[in-house]
Design a binder for this molecule. Structure first.
Ligand SMILES: NC(=O)c1ccc[n+]([C@@H]2O[C@H](COP(=O)([O-])OP(=O)(O)OC[C@H]3O[C@@H](n4cnc5c(N)ncnc54)[C@H](OP(=O)(O)O)[C@@H]3O)[C@@H](O)[C@H]2O)c1
Length: 365
């Protein structure tokens, strides 16, 4: 589909010929030409800034760096920000492939960005820009003020952009979905070697968890994950049992970024606290299973509460309310995974690069 700008773009070329003295000396200008020159004068006194950005032009292909329509003046409820850093979590990659629900039906060219960090050039104040508040693969963005969280002066824009999405997954699950929070409780993190799992360990600690148990498939990577009290390996084969050592004691909350049969095995193996639900919260699907098949006997014999945490099971109000606390936590925690910051101009070449696959990519406009 052809790109349809939302408002006319003034290009200098459209005025050059009309305004040329060689063709239209002032004395001989007709009404139309005079209007054009007046327009031209306005054009030169109010410069139209070309804006660069990145857009997906073919679903599944890396975004392309290109000139994009500049923004209109911000509305009274908006702030125009210079974009400083934009994270590329799995959700953004999913949007770029049109596999994320938030991208279904969107026209091309498409800005797959989700959240990021910008600065108000008038004041120097820097802000976290909430999820899907504005297209951010661009030099500037007009953002509703209610979708901004002011950052403290020490906050690093790249770190905030890199951590926001993976950290939000556990923050929102523990703050908005888990009944009673995780203070003093044992939290099991399934997928502990993922960016979200690693951030989840730090979040559970920050929110007062007494014990964190990491579950993952790779013993060497899991051994290096920080902040865990116990480490448990996922079985290499679905027929092998996943057994939680009895020394772990009762499990109160399971945050699962992997999904599938491992979750069932874990719930079968976990001890429960008398009088309390074992709360299972599905947050991701690294194993690629679309279904979670829970034996009815399992939820009959154990007090298990099954939930998920994501767009839809969380409300926009939940996100707005939780963002200041989440952003504050991000600015005070150590980066739990490696970050690869690259210029947005290089988006096409870095998008699928080895470094962008092994580290969390952040684009700098
Ligand atoms: N609901 C939300 O709010 C929310 C927010 C963010 C992310 N998510 C979802 O959460 C999941 C994790 O996202 P992420 O960005 O954190 O992932 P990520 O950092 O890209 O995770 C990659 C790591 O996960 C591990 N992994 C991959 N497949 C696995 C499997 N089958 N079993 C166990 N471990 C596996 C691998 O570690 P090893 O090689 O060491 O095993 C891999 O290095 C995704 O499904 C994502 O869509 C949800």
């Amino acid at each position: 589909m052809a790109f349809q700008p939302r408002y006319p773009i003034l290009t200098p070329q459209r005025f050059t010929i009309i305004s040329s003295k060689r063709y239209c000396p002032t004395q001989t200008l007709g009404t139309t030409a005079l209007q054009a020159r007046t327009h031209l004068a306005a054009f030169h006194t109010t410069p139209v800034r070309a804006m660069k950005g990145a857009r997906v032009t073919s679903w599944g292909a890396p975004p392309e760096y290109m000139t994009v329509p500049d923004l209109p003046a911000p509305l009274p409820n908006q702030l125009q920000l210079k974009v400083l850093a934009v994270g590329v979590p799995r959700a953004v990659r999913g949007r770029a492939e049109c596999k994320h629900p938030s991208a279904f039906g969107a026209p091309l060219p498409f800005d797959p960005s989700a959240d990021g960090v910008g600065v108000d050039e008038a004041t120097g104040d820097r802000y976290f820009i909430n999820t899907l508040a504005a297209p951010l693969f661009a030099e500037r963005a007009n953002v509703d003020r209610s979708q901004l969280v002011k950052l403290n002066a020490a906050a690093d824009p790249v770190t905030v952009a890199a951590l926001a999405n993976p950290t939000a997954s556990s923050w929102m699950a523990l703050r908005c979905r888990a009944t009673g929070g995780c203070q003093g409780r044992t939290v099991v993190i399934v997928g502990a070697t993922s960016a979200s799992g690693r951030a989840g360990i730090a979040v559970a600690r920050a929110l007062g968890a007494a014990r964190t148990v990491g579950v993952a498939r790779d013993p060497d990577t899991l051994a290096k994950v920080e902040g865990l009290d116990d480490r448990v390996l996922l079985p290499a084969h679905p027929d092998e049992p996943l057994v939680l050592p009895p020394s772990i004691g009762p499990v109160h909350i399971v945050l699962d970024w992997v999904g599938g049969p491992a979750a069932v095995q874990l719930l079968q193996s976990a001890q429960t606290e008398p009088g309390e639900n074992l709360q299972y919260i599905q947050v991701g699907g690294l194993a690629g299973h679309d279904t979670l098949v829970i034996p009815s006997r399992l939820i009959n014999i154990k007090p298990i509460c099954i939930m998920a945490s994501g767009v839809g099971s969380l409300s926009g109000e939940d996100l707005k309310r939780e963002m200041p606390g989440l952003v504050n936590t991000i600015t005070t925690m150590r980066r739990p995974f490696e970050v690869f910051a690259a210029p947005m101009a290089d988006v096409q070449s870095v998008w699928n690069s080895e470094e962008a696959q092994s580290k969390r990519l952040v684009l700098i406009p």
